[in-house]
Design a protein around this ligand. Structure first.
Ligand code: SF4
Length: 339
């Protein structure tokens, strides 16, 4: 019978606990804390005991990550149950490993012992699922502007929304789009509109004159050739850049692609998922995310970035992600506010 073990990926303020192993197997490599499940012990109790022994921390399970059972994963053929945890207390090394906190984006570039490189990817994906769920839940319950991105049943209306939303708050874009599609609901009707008329309907949207001309030209092409469904077709349209194309593919076509704007870029950096200077670098650094996260990330992070995790004075005190967030930890806001 194969033995069973537990592993814990502990998140706190954008950092994870890793240990440099001082004993074989995989001596000298980075691993996550964990160990055997004893007879008469539950997996949860084993996890809390092992984390306490190896790190000095008092852990609390956030959610399960997965089961790791490839016989080649460990020379002792151990099957491991892995959990994502939060933990209180001071970090303390044991004779099994030297433990430390390290930021998520930094760990994503490191090599690990056992199959803990895969465990890290799975853990961060589980974490991002949790972030997206919380952001979307908050958007729905507080009716934040993020829900307006689904306004307009037609893919054409959604493309207009995404194209108009650059440098404009979603509620302003939603209001303008409603007026626009009430008057010009189809590509062929918009294609015949005058720029002056469209401009007046888009008043309040950033760069409304340029956008009015772009969407009329865009409507002419779609009226003639039909809705685009590929990246190459989309970026050929007037006013549709790589970001607009990717957001459309993710949210309308359902392709696993990430549209990264300044909000996605900022929130991803604050949560320590990446450490990047530009949205293009962020898109590349987030390519490890699974398809479900890629499809939903833009919708969730943009809405959250506009309403809660704003560029200035983010609302950390009301943010449920604060205990996991590096910005909050570093700047002592929200959960990490002293006193
Ligand atoms: S609002 Fe504050 S705590 Fe929440 S994700 Fe943004 S920076 Fe972090």
């Amino acid at each position: 019978m194969r033995r069973t073990a537990v592993d814990g990926v502990i998140i706190r303020g954008g950092n994870l606990v890793v240990a440099k192993r001082l004993i074989p197997p995989y001596k000298g490599t980075l691993t996550f804390p964990g160990g055997h499940i004893e007879e008469q012990e539950s997996a949860e109790d084993a996890l809390y005991r092992e984390i306490k022994e190896e790190t000095g921390l008092d852990a609390k399970i956030i959610r399960g990550i997965g089961v790791y059972s490839q016989p080649s994963r460990d020379p002792r053929h151990i099957i491991s149950y892995a959990f994502l945890c939060f933990a209180d207390g001071e970090l303390e090394s044991s004779n099994e490993g030297a433990v430390r906190w390290e930021e998520i984006h930094s760990l994503l570039k490191r090599k690990f012992g056992f199959d803990h490189g895969q465990l890290l990817i799975d853990a961060v994906n589980a974490l991002v699922h949790l972030y997206i769920d919380e952001m979307l839940y908050r958007a729905i319950t507080e009716r934040a502007p993020v829900i307006t991105t689904s306004k307009g049943e037609e893919p054409f209306h959604k493309l207009l929304f995404i194209a108009l939303s650059a440098r404009t708050k979603d509620n302003k874009t939603g209001e303008a789009l409603e007026k626009l599609i009430a008057k010009f609901p189809t590509p062929s009707k918009l294609a015949r509109a005058s720029p002056k008329e469209v401009e007046s309907l888009l008043y309040g949207v950033g760069f409304h004159r340029q956008k009015a001309r772009n969407i009329i030209e865009l409507a002419k092409i779609i009226a003639k050739e039909g809705m685009p469904t590929t990246y190459d077709e989309l970026v050929e349209l007037p006013g549709v850049g790589p970001k607009t194309a990717k957001v459309f593919l993710a949210e309308v076509i359902g392709e696993p692609t990430i549209g990264v704007d300044t909000h996605v870029h900022r929130v991803s950096n604050r949560l320590s998922l990446v450490s990047t200077k530009t949205p293009a670098e962020t898109a590349k650094a987030l390519s490890f995310l699974d398809d479900s996260n890629k499809r939903r990330l833009n919708l969730a992070f943009v809405g959250y970035g506009q309403t809660i995790c704003k560029p200035r004075n983010p609302l950390c005190s009301s943010c449920k992600l604060s205990r996991y967030c590096h910005y909050s930890y570093k700047n002592k806001t929200g959960y990490w506010k002293s006193g």
